[in-house]
Design a protein. Structure first.
Length: 465
């Protein structure tokens, strides 16, 4: 266990380790030796003092440009806020916040050709926006999707007007690392969404319906002539479902689906372009990230510190506990069950087994370190060495609800991580100030709510070295 003597000083007021002011402060953590840059504070948006900032709710999102000089965060109003990062000076400069571009859902393009591109949604449409670094504007690319300028999920070759007719929304979505496949859940609300829709740059649209348990017959066939899902278990769920979230492997060949409100109790692996869905991984229940044809899971065998790599199963291949390869030496943490984690792998490369990142977070909230890897940002090897790399604490308390748990996104080349933090670990009620833009806060209230005494969240940039 690495127990800090005190938090690194990231506040402008020497009486507080945090406080509502302090953007631009750089601290060197004495236990880990890596720098921490405080990116935002209570005055990052001068017109709305006390506003919170955070990283995306899904750690596997790609929030940095290919060259790592740009990144985005979102504020509590769900605006996307673009920053420019200078790695030599260790400075981050806010350039602009944008409305109506889905602050919590976009992805930077993963490829070098998309270094300044952001893929995001507007209404029922997927756009490729290009960042103009001279004027700091976002402009929709008219050449995207074979010159159409957008992809419309409501196109006759896809959902054929159902989004507009039912006043539905596009919720969780993810982009492949080749920037050519997007997967999204569509419907009235999370856990009620009936559709999972895939766009492929060369093939078009395919959909899967979790209430009728049908798939479109190939690509671009619209709603006509669907076929039933072929389940590896041989059992069609007995109740209609609702999509909780969706992911995609980095190569864009598989959808990884979380479907609630039904008899399914595990994640589902959908082979895109087909009607095959593998539902046999009973241990695939936690947060995850995926490489090319491989996913990383916390299998939670005698401990929640049990990350494993699992080749995505296809066809009739059934998943067992032995199917997954252990990536950690779990012996220091056996029977320690209280931690949650979020996994990031935006640095994936098809030819390399680059480490993936895990942000460990106490699930019930606590103000002290009680077990190995508590509250840490950890790099996990999946090359057979079982070597873990301990980079830093993420300084989240886990007390204040959804936004006070660690969701740390690794940068595209793997040099830094961006995490939202309430800075409460060993700093209780003296974190990053409150929604009233005062220094102290109340950790018993929900975090990240402007105008209250609840604790604010800010974005920290952590060196990965």
């Amino acid at each position: 266990m690495i127990i800090p003597l005190a938090p690194p000083q990231l506040g402008a007021n020497p009486n507080y380790y945090g406080g509502h002011l302090g953007a631009g402060i750089v601290a060197i953590d004495p236990a880990y030796g890596n720098y921490i840059l405080r990116v935002t504070d209570g005055n990052t948006e001068p017109a709305s003092p006390g506003r919170s900032f955070n990283t995306s709710s899904s750690a596997e999102k790609n929030v940095t440009s290919y060259d790592e000089t740009l990144f985005f965060v979102h504020d509590e109003g769900n605006r996307l806020c673009l920053f420019q990062f200078d790695s030599q000076a260790v400075t981050a400069t806010k350039r602009r916040c944008f409305v109506s571009v889905g602050g919590d859902g976009p992805d930077f393009g993963y490829t070098a050709a998309d270094n300044r591109a952001i893929y995001t949604l507007g209404g029922s449409k997927l756009f490729r926006f290009v960042v103009d670094t001279a004027q700091w504007q976002l402009t929709a690319d008219p050449s995207f999707n074979q010159g159409k300028g957008y992809f419309d999920f409501d196109d006759p070759t896809c959902l054929n007007g159902q989004v507009a007719a039912n006043h539905w929304y596009i919720h969780d979505r993810a982009l492949s690392s080749e920037d050519n496949t997007e997967i999204a859940s569509i419907g009235p609300a999370q856990d009620r969404d009936p559709y999972i829709v895939v766009w492929n740059a060369a093939k078009g649209c395919q959909w899967l319906n979790v209430q009728t348990w049908q798939v479109s017959r190939g690509w671009n066939t619209g709603l006509s002539d669907p076929i039933s899902i072929a389940w590896t278990s041989g059992k069609t769920p007995s109740l209609p479902g609702g999509v909780h979230n969706v992911q995609i492997d980095r190569g864009g060949a598989f959808g990884i689906l979380t479907i609630n409100q039904t008899t399914l109790t595990t994640k589902v692996f959908w082979t895109l372009g087909t009607n095959f869905a593998n539902d046999t991984c009973v241990h695939c229940t936690s947060h995850w990230a995926c490489d090319y044809g491989v996913c990383f899971w916390d299998f939670q065998y005698q401990t929640t510190y049990d990350m494993r790599s699992l080749a995505i199963p296809t066809g009739n291949v059934k998943v067992t506990l032995e199917s997954a390869v252990p990536n950690m030496d779990t012996s220091p943490a056996l029977r320690q069950w209280d931690d949650d984690e979020h996994v990031s792998h935006a640095n994936a490369s098809p030819e390399s087994k680059n480490i993936y990142l895990v942000g460990w977070q106490p699930a019930r909230g606590q103000a002290s370190i009680q077990s190995v890897w508590d509250d840490e940002i950890t790099g996990i090897n999946w090359d057979g060495t079982q070597r873990t790399i301990r980079f830093n604490k993420n300084w989240n308390s886990g007390y204040g609800g959804f936004w006070s748990s660690a969701r740390c996104q690794i940068s595209r080349q793997g040099h830094y991580a961006l995490c939202g933090s309430d800075y409460q670990m060993y700093n209780l009620d003296k974190g990053f100030g409150n929604g009233l833009n005062q220094d102290a806060c109340d950790h018993t209230l929900p975090a990240s709510a402007m105008g209250t005494n609840g604790c604010r969240t800010d974005v920290l940039l952590f060196e990965l070295r």
